[in-house]
Design a protein around this ligand. Structure first.
Ligand SMILES: O=C[C@H](O)COP(=O)(O)O
Length: 246
């Protein structure tokens, strides 16, 4: 299996001291040879982590960026600003942003363009609601999200995060993940041809120390986007340990 990637999304968690402690514990336990690891703290802790991670192999990610490089956008942060801080990756179109901020596929696509232009790797999230899964039309949703959120020439990562599995403790089953990964791969190849075969697809949604081995063993799963478990050093390090070092 090729080298996998584990991304920790701290979401809106972490004041300075707790962030300092968590990153120190993570670095102390990080295996010498392991998967690619990226930590995405809230904006306010990016500078702290940029210092802590500077001479390590752990990447630094942000949780969003604006689609414009600068301008009158109160409260927003641009991709070049993240790049200047030492950020390498940026999560875009997370369902919490799509749902809480009404973010549309078109905006996610513009953000992905802006991120790439600034030299960041976008991690674009897609995922269906519980209703869409139960109605059986979740592939329509995912198909539209892939088509609408990924720009031409997309050179980033896709994260499949079923909304009903996020923060619920109820991860998708291995069969559901495998089937959906196959569908997403078909859509990526349909949209990007040969290049679509190389786009990594992560799984996210209640990944923890207990289910990581099983989830990360599913073909097509190139890694995991981890929320809650990324806030506990032991749990996150177990997930890192379950991933392939390639
Ligand atoms: O970005 C991470 C995902 O939303 C997953 O969150 P979770 O691991 O807490 O379910």
């Amino acid at each position: 299996m090729s080298r996998q990637m584990i991304v920790g999304n701290w979401k809106m968690n972490g004041l300075r001291e707790s962030s300092r402690e968590l990153v120190a514990a993570l670095l102390a336990g990080m295996p010498k040879t392991g998967p690619d690891v990226v930590i995405c703290p809230p904006f306010t802790q990016l500078a702290l982590l940029a210092d802590s991670l500077a001479s390590t192999s752990v990447g630094l990610g942000a949780q969003d960026c604006h689609q414009d490089p600068s301008g009158a956008h109160t409260g927003d942060i641009s991709a070049p600003m993240l790049k200047e801080l030492g950020v390498s990756h940026v999560i875009l179109g997370h369902s919490e942003r799509r749902q809480e901020h009404g973010e549309l596929d078109e905006t996610v696509r513009e953000k992905a363009v802006a991120a790439a232009k600034a030299g960041l790797t976008p991690i674009v999230c897609v995922g269906e609601t519980n209703d869409q899964r139960e109605n059986g039309d979740y592939t329509d949703t995912l198909g539209w999200q892939i088509k609408g959120s990924l720009p031409d020439g997309f050179c980033g990562i896709v994260a499949y995060e079923p909304i009903w599995a996020i923060g619920t403790g109820l991860a998708a089953t291995e069969a559901q993940i495998a089937e959906t990964m196959t569908f997403l791969r078909q859509e990526l190849v349909r949209q990007f041809g040969e290049a679509g075969k190389a786009i990594k697809i992560l799984y996210g949604g209640s990944v923890n120390a207990d289910n990581a081995v099983a989830i990360l063993s599913i073909p097509e799963v190139a890694g995991a986007l981890v929320g809650g478990a990324s806030l506990k050093a032991d749990a996150f390090l177990s997930i890192v340990g379950a991933a392939s070092a390639g």
